[in-house]
Write a protein that binds this ligand. Structure first.
Ligand SMILES: Cc1ncc(COP(=O)(O)O)c(C=O)c1O
Length: 417
């Protein structure tokens, strides 16, 4: 049960939108029609006509020819959405089945983060709730849209960087009460949860997410960002809650091909949700947001051959993650692992000469790693609960070897021993 009501939660101007339709929705391109409907250039692009872009050579995924790029891409991406559904229909969380109607696909999950804000939050009035330390784009996108930010920090690293459920529920209670007293003040429309978290690397507990979803009086949407879900323990195949959107009308689960699939360059993200919310997101997006090249490459990555390669690469990353977990504690000056091991990065404290986690030390290590060793990691010491922390992405075998040697050298210099 939930108090969610789309008709009173989404912005009225968005509820009135109709999904984009083009002439080709009514009159399909069957190869015999001539297409004079979209002001394209019928002579084609100034590119070599004979070259295919990918030459994937599989029966499932057609290779895209450069010479066809004068045509607009498919605005609906039904086939690509079906591949995403097939990947996430594990029936580990429900017996119900995702269909393409449950999906929005965008230019990375960053587009979904922004589209949700525009769909639900009235600029200058409404708010979102985030749980620091968390991914920075929720706040950036909120600011761009002139939407307020309410922060309820995650529990401490010792408590696994999990949701502080009583604090989140209390904040939502308070917001409901405030909105009843002064409706013109706006309200919290979205709760952004990152699972596995960035920079925490911790998978959130499903039962905690359920408690937020089931808040008895809050009329809003829970957005679970699963950018790193394919690295999650114990079983990355069934960790995703994407199919759970068939059980909750107020749940959105975002994913991306930028991480485990190694396709950050094509910009493909997805939001799984109830068909009613998906319809709104699809109505407000730019009609041709997914390019033909992106669609074709993503479809290959989600086909049998693509998935097999992704799984093999993931196994190598997990091996290197385990190696870092073994080797990091042996380096003098490396403190505690903060957070979890559910992503393709690890969050470690850097210790000062006295053995305390310290931002000045971590910053120096960060700078010297980059400037003297050519190794770029991320300083996260200013994030809530991350004092003295660096976030290290798991690289290849050779990269991890070089990183470990560089870190040992730099820490020795910085700590003066
Ligand atoms: C938690 C999280 N969500 C979303 C994204 C954005 O992913 P995309 O490349 O799909 O826009 C990132 C990228 O680092 C991330 O860490």
């Amino acid at each position: 049960m939930t108090a969610f009501n789309l008709e009173t939660c989404a912005r009225p101007n968005i509820l009135q939108l109709e999904p984009y339709r083009c002439a080709r929705d009514d009159y399909k391109d069957d190869g015999t029609n001539i297409l004079l409907d979209a002001n394209e250039n019928a002579y084609g692009p100034p590119l070599p006509a004979s070259n295919g872009v990918n030459g994937f050579n599989t029966p499932d995924v057609p290779s895209i020819a450069l010479s066809t790029l004068h045509r607009y891409p498919d605005p609906h991406q039904h086939d690509l959405k079906q591949l995403l559904c097939t990947l996430r229909n594990t029936h580990a969380h429900t017996q119900k089945t995702l269909t393409p109607a449950n999906l929005f696909v965008g230019v990375g999950s960053d587009e979904a983060i922004d589209a949700l804000l525009r769909c639900f939050c009235v600029p200058g009035r409404d708010r979102i709730l985030v749980c620091p330390p968390t991914y920075g784009m929720y706040a950036v996108s909120a600011q761009v849209n002139d939407v307020g930010l309410v922060k309820v920090p995650l529990l401490s690293a010792e408590e696994g960087f999990q949701i502080d459920v009583p604090a989140v529920l209390a904040k939502l209670d308070e917001d409901v009460k405030r909105a009843e007293e002064s409706p013109e003040g706006g309200r919290i429309k979205l709760v952004y949860l990152c699972s596995p978290g960035n920079p925490t690397g911790s998978l959130l507990r499903k039962e905690d997410i359920a408690k937020v979803l089931a808040h008895p009086s809050w009329n809003g949407v829970v957005v679970v960002d699963e950018a790193y879900i394919d690295f999650a323990a114990p079983n990355p195949e069934t960790a995703s809650l994407a199919e759970w959107v068939t059980e909750w009308p107020n749940l959105v689960v975002m994913q991306t091909l930028s991480k485990a699939f190694g396709l950050a360059g094509i910009r493909l993200g997805a939001a799984f949700t109830d068909p009613a919310i998906a319809r709104l997101l699809n109505s407000l997006k730019a009609p041709y947001n997914i390019s033909s090249l992106t669609s074709s490459i993503a479809s290959y990555a989600l086909s049998g051959q693509g998935l097999a390669t992704m799984q093999a690469n993931r196994a190598r990353i997990l091996e290197q993650r385990d190696r870092l977990l073994r080797e990091m504690p042996k380096i003098p000056g490396v403190g505690r692992l903060r957070g979890g091991t559910d992503a393709n990065f690890l969050l470690y404290e850097m210790l000062d000469a006295g053995g305390k986690p310290d931002n000045a030390t971590a910053l120096k290590v960060y700078e010297r790693l980059a400037e003297n060793q050519g190794v770029v990691v991320r300083f996260r010491g200013k994030e809530h609960g991350c004092l003295g922390c660096l976030r290290i992405t798991v690289g290849t075998d050779e990269e991890v070897t070089r990183f470990l040697a560089s870190l040992e050298r730099v820490l020795r210099e910085v700590r003066g021993n």
